[in-house]
Design a protein around this ligand. Structure first.
Ligand SMILES: N[C@@H](CCC(=O)N[C@@H](CS)C(=O)NCC(=O)O)C(=O)O
Length: 135
């Protein structure tokens, strides 16, 4: 049995989308989280994620976390759906590259931009030093 721990307007929404694309039967469990803007009811004791974040996936008693890992895990599990090339296929390389790029490069850049638009300054605003003109 697959159980997805989900909070609205969060990274777990795209895992619902993926599960539906894969036509995988799953159980949805709503949990509360603390959102970046301070809203939300905070960490939920019912959430098995070690950091109380979402998404968290339970496959029977096996916990899978981190969006990229959850996505690849599910695509492999439902291999008949054809969303992920098999492990021995060379097309696996681009799949892993793109999914790692989204989480490791693109996502953080977007969040830095979003943070810059709020009262909370982006990290480069905090750390950037005024330039001293060259002598
Ligand atoms: N790298 C993790 C990040 C998970 C994450 O930060 N999820 C947010 C929702 S989008 C969350 O649960 N935040 C609650 C908190 O930080 O306490 C992933 O991609 O799964």
């Amino acid at each position: 049995m697959l159980t997805l721990f989900h909070a609205p307007r969060s990274r777990s929404t795209r895992i619902i989308w993926l599960l539906e694309e894969l036509e995988a039967p799953f159980q949805l469990r709503h949990v509360t989280i603390r959102y970046r803007d301070g809203r939300g009811d905070g960490p939920d004791p019912a959430n098995p994620h070690l950091d109380k974040k979402v998404p968290a996936l339970l496959h029977d008693d096996m916990l899978v976390t981190e969006s990229a890992a959850v996505a690849v895990y599910l695509a492999d599990l439902q291999s008949d759906a054809g969303l992920a090339p098999p492990i021995s296929d060379r097309h696996r390389g681009p799949l892993l590259s793109w999914i790692s790029w989204v989480e490791g490069e693109f996502g953080p850049a977007i969040f830095q931009r979003l943070a810059a638009g709020t009262e909370k300054p982006a990290p480069w605003h905090v750390t950037r030093q005024p330039r001293t003109p060259a002598a």
